[in-house]
Design a protein around this ligand. Structure first.
Ligand code: GDP
Length: 595
């Protein structure tokens, strides 16, 4: 070896053999030889981890150092939930630390339920069971005298919208990843949901008891989705656990409390009462039972609450064990009886002065004066108004494209467009090739984003959910049209996309002359409805022979606005009189494209 000092070489946590050889100014064969001498069989196209690469580097006279990874700052995305905004508005002096609220997310079968059960069994202090024996969807544990609240959201089989909203009610997300299976699609989605809700993530690397567990590989995969483990200088704590063997659970609690300390999770116990509905159901014997998570203030038996549109005086209140309680403070999950209706999971609740006030607020909500749906509708068309009103400063997008080759230029163009804007930023929450799926729409709903598809289809479940949640999905087949639309939307110049929507069909049964040049058709509506202000397509032998406006629509002698399926009517068109028996009339309206 030469007498000069070893050269420092910076290596990433994982590197391909070819790249390593290049960095070490050696031939790949040389590198492979050194690897073999150290018991590692790797081909030129395989990757080795930092530790292995470091051995090779040292042997070839370098001083290896692990590359410092600049972890991307958590994307500043997603509306801050109202309860968090409210706590931020409280006087700092009134704020006290409260237990962190934790939710578990992750791919199906990676062990969320098992882990929640294991934590509950190991940590919940045994108190006598009270009136409610089944779980209430949330529980608290104590670790070294400090409390942690776990949301035990039901329906773990699917990544349900409850989970999407669960992330918004939580302070910390435990992302459960099976060490034998690694990062899977729902792992990525869950990470996106947490980021969208600005909730910090700790990874529970579960199933470490399995011989097939491969923690190092999973850590690499995590790093690839911007969850760089702290041992690689990243910001993400990765805690190995086994739910079945009940191992590592204490470490997980430590990690959660560490994040809680860093974030200073606080609330004002004397402030206004505000919280989130965790779940609710109608019980045959007890009426409406709702599990609530209190985020601010202190709630007492007898208080009148308003949860979504449900309201009522609290007649009975229980803790998570089913014990009757009279009072509860921030971060406490409680079950309450007394609401007049079943609120939705994810609804906010608050304490109001009286039933009268509650009813007045509900009336307001219903007359549209107070529009606070849990999932506000966002569309490109209303973006500009929202920008102007200062309601938002960013356009959040989920971009799906047919192939990587089109995804990349689209994302780059969108980013460029975003950089050109002064007052608004464009944030791409998720980009992927493939059709638009339910989970894309779910992420969009939870984070007030718009789904953009390029040369892809939306599956039926995605369409249904988009309609139900009011998520705007726009599909394109030409890249510049897509970029142009976004640019126009930012400037408030986007024209709504109009589509024809068929709303009804009628058969012509007879024709009759109304006046000298006017012929009307006697019809039966066979599907949907015919509307006076709709337009008509006349179809004969499967050919469209005329399209135009309705001149008159009658039932008997009366002019009517609409005629439904099963009824007979007379239809005259403004510029067409040549009806024939057997013609099919299709009624359609022009509306803004919702999907
Ligand atoms: P979820 O869908 O994420 O809620 O997953 P579950 O908790 O239902 O677990 C899925 C399967 O993995 C079940 O068969 C569990 O018994 C198993 N499982 C969960 N945790 C562990 C673990 O730590 N070790 C092993 N070996 N199996 C586990």
């Amino acid at each position: 070896m030469s007498d000069i000092e070893n050269k420092i070489i910076i290596l990433p946590y994982s590197i391909g053999v070819r790249d390593l050889a290049e960095k070490l100014e050696a031939s790949p064969i040389e590198v492979i030889k050194v690897l073999m001498a150290n018991g590692v069989m790797a081909s030129i196209n395989q990757s080795v981890d930092f530790d292995t690469a470091a051995v090779v580097a040292s042997e070839l006279g370098f001083e290896p150092e692990l590359e410092k990874i600049e972890e991307e700052k958590p994307k500043d995305v997603g509306e801050v939930p109202l309860w968090r905004k409210m706590i931020e508005d409280e006087d700092e002096a009134d704020l006290e630390l409260r237990p962190p609220v934790v939710t578990m997310l992750g791919h199906v079968d990676h062990g969320k339920t098992s882990l929640l059960d294991a934590i509950r069994e190991t940590n919940v202090a045994g108190g006598e069971e009270g009136g409610i024996t089944q779980g209430i969807g949330a529980y608290q544990v104590e670790h070294h005298g400090r409390k942690i609240t776990f949301l035990d959201t039901p329906g773990h089989a699917a990544f349900t919208s409850m989970r999407a909203r669960g992330a918004q009610g939580a302070d910390i997300v435990v992302l459960v990843v099976a060490a034998d299976d690694g990062v899977m699609p729902q792992t990525k989605e869950a990470a996106n949901h947490a980021k969208a809700a600005r909730v910090p993530i700790v990874v529970a690397l579960n199933k470490m008891d399995l011989p097939s567990a491969n923690p190092e590989l999973v850590k690499k995969q995590l790093a690839e989705i911007e969850l760089v483990p702290d041992e690689w200088e990243g910001d993400t704590m990765v805690v190995p656990v086994s739910a079945t063997k009940k191992q590592g659970l204490d470490d997980l609690m430590e990690a959660i409390l560490l994040i809680a300390d860093n974030k200073e999770i606080k609330a004002n116990p004397d402030g206004d009462v505000l919280g989130t509905v965790v779940e609710a159901e109608l019980d045959r014997f007890r009426g409406v039972m709702a599990t609530l998570l209190l985020q601010n203030g202190t709630i007492e038996l007898g208080d009148t609450i308003l949860a979504g549109k449900a309201h009522g005086r609290i007649k009975a209140m229980f803790d998570y064990r089913g014990n009757r309680i009279e009072k509860a403070g921030p971060s406490t999950p409680i079950a309450v009886m007394g609401l007049n209706d079943v609120p939705h999971a994810g609804d906010l609740f608050r304490v109001v002065e009286s039933e009268k006030e509650a009813r007045a607020i509900v009336d307001d909500i219903e007359s549209g004066e107070e529009t606070k749906s849990s999932v506000p509708k966002v569309s490109l068309e209303d973006l500009f108004e929202r920008l102007q009103a200062g309601e938002t400063q960013e356009l959040r997008l989920i971009v799906k494209a047919d192939v990587q080759g089109s995804l990349e230029p689209i994302v780059n163009s969108l980013k460029e467009l975003g950089e050109k804007q002064k007052d608004v930023s464009i944030l791409i929450l998720h980009q992927e090739t493939g059709n638009i799926t339910e989970s894309d729409v779910m992420l969009a709903a939870a984070s007030e984003a718009i789904v953009i598809g390029f040369a892809v289809e939306a599956d039926n479940a995605a369409k249904r959910l988009a309609e139900a949640e009011g998520v705007s999905v726009r599909q394109y087949t030409i890249i510049y049209r897509l970029i142009e639309d976004i640019e126009r939307a930012l400037k408030g110049m986007l024209e709504p996309e109009l589509v024809e929507k068929t709303i009804g069909k009628a058969n012509v049964l007879a024709t009759f002359t109304v006046s000298k040049f006017k012929v009307a058709a006697g019809c039966r509506v066979i599907d949907g409805e015919i509307r006076r202000n709709g337009k008509i397509r006349v179809i004969r032998n499967n050919n469209e022979i005329f399209t135009g406006e309705i001149g008159s629509l009658k039932r008997g002698k009366d002019d009517v606005r609409e005629v439904r399926e099963g009824f007979e009517c007379g239809i005259a068109l403004k510029q067409f009189h040549d009806f024939k028996e057997g013609d099919l009339l299709e009624c359609f309206v022009i509306e803004e494209k919702a999907f």
